[in-house]
Design a protein around this ligand. Structure first.
Ligand code: GDP
Length: 359
């Protein structure tokens, strides 16, 4: 299956781009993600979307199915991993690490409001970290007189609108393009954007009725593979960020991580940064939830011997109680220094102690 296989590009295997969703409160970040997921559940379209730990895994087949009108394009990545919660601890406490986790961002702008305070903050943060992004111009259905075209590509949906709606759309779009320009970004409607290496894409959407969602999913894949082939190449070296620490009544303390690259195995020795200093512990279990429809059965996870990037994973191990969200998890290879140097470097950044505890 495509989640395990990865996509082959020459002799390269590509991993899924990791995407985060940013924007001002109420712009529609949550609704957008719901819209991406729900269509699948309600219509039983090309399946395979799984709600992962702190992330949603969207396989390439699902995106191909939703973006059918755009046939003929060649997709080289095996899917997309969307980080669920932009309000996640690692994004607020340790924004820079949160950012460095993402390959690509979606910045949601309410078409009726234009750029707002948190939009501008998000853009500045993305610029600082050199993260590419797509601007989603959401809530197009709120344009006066909008005719719903559920799940249609946005160009088609716009062609269906009256002259007045088209004019209002153009006017609001140009206002946002100007505001973005004032913040230092050249942008264009994605289907008019022929210089996407330098000019950022705008994808108009309705998270309510789904217009523009096929375009957004497809563009996230196409632009990622066109601009960051190196970064998306799968390598057998673990890159992994801790997102959250949880107390589970059955499992004990677990950490939710995003595996960005490489393979994690049950039994791996890992070095985790904690408030009490670096801890070396052994992975007792690697868990992911069951596919979406089974997710309602709470607390039941799939157990894995091995997991391949990119995905969201729950790790069961001892000594994780004080793990610090936003830090990297390091795999300790036999004979190396217990990941000591990297762990110490991170601990110093966190201004904490650096005596390694082995558990
Ligand atoms: P967030 O704070 O950015 O996560 O925003 P939400 O997803 O919670 O959305 C805020 C409000 O806007 C909710 O009432 C949503 O139902 C509504 N909303 C979000 N997207 C759309 C859209 O595309 N069209 C319309 N009409 N309403 C939307």
């Amino acid at each position: 299956d495509s989640q395990d296989a990865g996509a082959i590009e020459g002799d390269r295997v590509l991993r899924e781009p990791i995407c985060c969703i940013l924007g001002h409160v109420d712009a529609g970040k949550t609704k957008l993600l719901d819209c991406i997921r729900h269509t699948n559940v309600q219509k039983g379209e090309a399946g395979g979307i799984t709600q992962q730990i702190a992330a949603t895994y969207i396989p390439v087949d699902y995106i191909k199915e939703r973006a059918k009108p755009c046939e003929g394009v060649i997709i080289k990545v095996p899917g997309l991993l969307v980080i669920d919660t932009p309000g996640h601890e690692s994004f607020s406490n340790m924004r820079s690490r949160g950012m460095s986790l993402c390959d690509v961002a979606v910045v949601v702008v309410d078409i009726m409001h234009g750029l707002e305070k948190q939009t501008v903050e998000s853009l500045a943060l993305l610029k600082d970290h050199n993260v590419r992004f797509i601007v989603v111009l959401n809530k197009v259905d709120r344009l006066c007189g909008w005719k719903h075209c559920p799940d249609a590509p946005i160009k088609k949906a716009l062609e269906n609108q009256s002259g007045n709606v088209k004019r209002e759309f153009e006017w609001r779009l140009s206002k946002v393009v100007t505001q973005l320009k004032e913040n230092g970004f050249n942008t264009a409607l994605y289907y008019d954007n022929h210089k996407f290496q330098k000019v950022f894409d705008i994808v108009p959407t309705s998270a309510l009725s789904g217009e523009g969602i096929p375009d957004l999913l497809l563009m996230l894949l196409l632009r990622s593979q066109a601009t960051m082939m190196e970064k998306l190449t799968f390598v057998n070296s673990v890159e992994c960020t801790v997102l959250e620490v949880n107390d589970d009544k059955d499992l004990g303390t677990t950490i939710d991580v995003v595996l960005i690259n490489g393979l994690l195995h049950k039994g791996d020795q890992v070095n985790v940064c904690t408030k009490q200093g670096p801890v070396v512990t052994t992975i007792q279990d690697l868990l992911t939830p069951h596919p979406l429809k089974e997710l309602r059965v709470k607390g039941i996870y799939k157990h894995h011997k091995e997991l391949k990037a990119a995905q969201g994973v729950k790790i069961v191990a001892r000594g994780l109680k004080y793990a610090i969200p936003g830090t990297s998890l390091i795999v300790v290879k036999p004979g190396d220094d217990l990941g000591q140097s990297e762990a110490k470097r991170q601990m110093n950044e966190n201004e904490e102690g650096n005596v390694i505890q082995e558990i």
